[in-house]
Design a protein around this ligand. Sequence first.
Ligand code: TYM
Length: 335
Amino acid sequence: MSGTNERVLSGIQPTMDSFHVGNWFGALTQWVDLQQTHDCFYCVVDLHALTVNHDPTAIKQRTLASVAQLFAIGIDPNKATVFVQSHLAEHSQLAWVLSCMAGFGEASRMTQFKDKSQKEGTDRSTVGLFTYPILQAADILLYQPSRVPVGDDQRQHLELTRDLAQRFNSTYGETFKIPETMTVVGNSRVLDLQDPTAKMSKSSPAGAVFLMDSNDQITKKIKSAVTDSDREVSFDPVAKPGIANLIGLLAAASEEELETIAAQVAGLGYGAFKQQVADALVARIEPIRETTKELLSDPATLQRQIQAGAQKARVVASSTMTAVNQRLGLLPESP
Ligand code: TYM
């Protein structure tokens, strides 16, 4: 940490072996940048992964792979606190307290729950999926962050978090900092390569480029990205969402401003343009993929780093939880 004591907290689910470029360019690039100026806490939210069917033999490995990928994209464990949610009981404890303050109707309005439960059917959706945003609010509020860097799809959950924090503060006294949502310009909603009306997500593997994809897979996915019947590149997110999405990916991969890249590629034919996008992604992703594999070949070191992260996180989380219990008027264990 340098410069400021302001805190940042964010989280990511370990539901797959690999993050995708929606996660990376939509949220994680901010995580990397903020380490230079803020006291950052980054959490692999394995308890959230239990809300849908999870594979007990895979989740451990996926949690390790998630931490390895965070380090590979440039999160520095000496600067940021990287930890695993289930290692801190405080997350579940605060989630319970907040769930006693959240309205049933309020939770029912969360669009991610509505989408997922519609797909699964309400009978097959768990209560955990329903209360998921409350656990997310607990993840955040425990660390008293001033900012939460996320993709656009998390805005509603962040609003709920702010509402719950304000409600707690006004009922029991000032306890929580009210965090600001922080999104990137341009890529806060990276679109599915096969369906540019939907956001890129792990549930549509052909429409997503993963950080652990091979160079060939990346190139194939970009070349078969759905565009439109036009021939020349121009930046128009409404009329040409597929092309605008690829321009966003190219800008992020080349670490250039969106406008600069949009001007550079204007007028190119689709074939040449897609090749340029694929090459830029391969050039950035290949070293990340290789570094991730290297880090995963030494799980003992990763485990030690994760343990150190939990110890640092616990100092903050337990102090918030003690304050919460006091404000609630619960009897302390020691007099
Ligand atoms: P998750 O694991 O689905 O995604 C991690 C981060 O990636 C962003 N993201 C995207 N950004 C732009 N375009 C996309 N297509 C795209 N897909 C994903 C997400 O917005 C997110 O920032 N509920 C959260 C995890 C969470 C959390 C938290 C986040 C749990 N506790 C506390 C912040 C703070 C989620 O499911 O993200």
